[in-house]
Design a protein around this ligand. Structure first.
Ligand SMILES: C[S@@+](CC[C@H](N)C(=O)[O-])C[C@H]1O[C@@H](n2cnc3c(N)ncnc32)[C@H](O)[C@@H]1O
Length: 281
């Protein structure tokens, strides 16, 4: 496999081996590597050349300016998902302005590293986020990320509750949610093997596989979310860059959703779907 950015990758791995910021490499350009460093570097470069993503080699990924632990059980958070975070922050802030005294109750389906709830907590206060994922391995990583970024939680009156649950099966429908947020798996099952090697062979398929047409999680959420949300509740979902038309026709089967809008990222691709149970969003 040919990495898209070989120089950057080489620098990131070398900085990891030398345990220094990447830009410091230029200050230390004439410093030779010792044998242990050379061995460790060679091993990492070989794994990268075989297709292993940099984040799995260094065990970290930056998202919304937060350094997050990742491992082979978790999806590597993508810059694309920052669009969902931006829109979520905007919508939650609007709600908090209208209801300044109540704690905002949010559920996230498929939290992975905890990237989305942590990023939202970095911007806002007074949140209770129930972050669901389906395996304990993934939630262990999320728990360490919550610990690492504890300063975004209790000091800001934010609480992220990690729940191991298949879909929302463990979420109590009596707790009326203000928001449901998700970046669900949305790749059609048959397409996964044709993705780039670093995704297809290294990232967990449970984080990618959206069923035969890629829409299984959206179908589930369109059907299940109305019974979990408050009557003025909203749902904010990341979508694949080419899924807008299919999702628009899917929505016609769920008239309970009174408002629906697709929002673009900076490239102009619709990547976020905003849905509401009331007309006003
Ligand atoms: C596309 S990843 C998103 C991860 C993270 N929220 C992000 O944006 O980087 C989807 C997540 O959904 C989780 N997931 C898959 N199937 C699930 C299920 N049936 N119930 C709960 N979570 C599930 C996966 O483990 C994965 O963490």
């Amino acid at each position: 496999m040919r990495p898209d950015s070989p120089r950057l990758d080489a620098e990131l791995l070398l900085a990891f081996v030398l345990d220094c910021p990447r830009l410091d490499l230029y200050l230390r350009a004439d410093q030779p590597l010792n044998e242990k460093e050379r061995g460790a570097y060679r091993e990492l470069v070989q794994q990268r050349a075989a297709g292993c993503p940099i984040a799995y080699l260094t065990g970290e990924k930056e998202f919304w300016s937060l350094t997050l632990e990742v491992n082979k059980n978790t999806l590597i958070p993508r810059p694309d998902t920052e669009t969902l975070v931006e829109i979520a922050v905007e919508q939650i802030r609007k709600r908090q302005n209208n209801h300044p005294d109540s704690k905002c109750l949010i559920a996230e389906l498929g939290t992975g590293t905890g990237a989305i709830p942590l990023a939202i907590c970095a911007e806002l206060k007074n949140l209770h986020i129930i972050a669901v994922d389906c395996t304990a391995d993934v939630l262990e990583v999320a728990a360490r990320n919550l610990q690492r970024h504890e300063s975004l939680l209790s000091p800001r009156n934010n609480h992220i509750e990690l729940v191991e649950s298949n879909l929302f099966s463990k979420i109590n429908p009596a707790a009326k949610l203000d928001f449901i947020i998700s970046n669900p798996p949305y790749i059609p099952s048959d397409t996964i093997s044709s993705l780039q090697v670093d995704v297809a062979q290294y990232e967990p398929h449970t984080a990618l596989d959206g069923g035969p047409d890629g829409l299984s999680f959206y179908r589930y959420l369109l059907e299940t979310a109305p019974s979990l949300l408050a009557k003025d509740g909203e749902m904010l979902l990341e979508i694949g860059f080419d899924q807008q038309a299919d999702l628009s026709s899917l929505k016609q089967n769920f008239p309970v959703w009174k408002s629906s809008a697709f929002l673009p990222d900076l490239q102009g691709n619709d990547r976020v779907w905003k849905l509401g149970l009331s007309q006003l969003l």
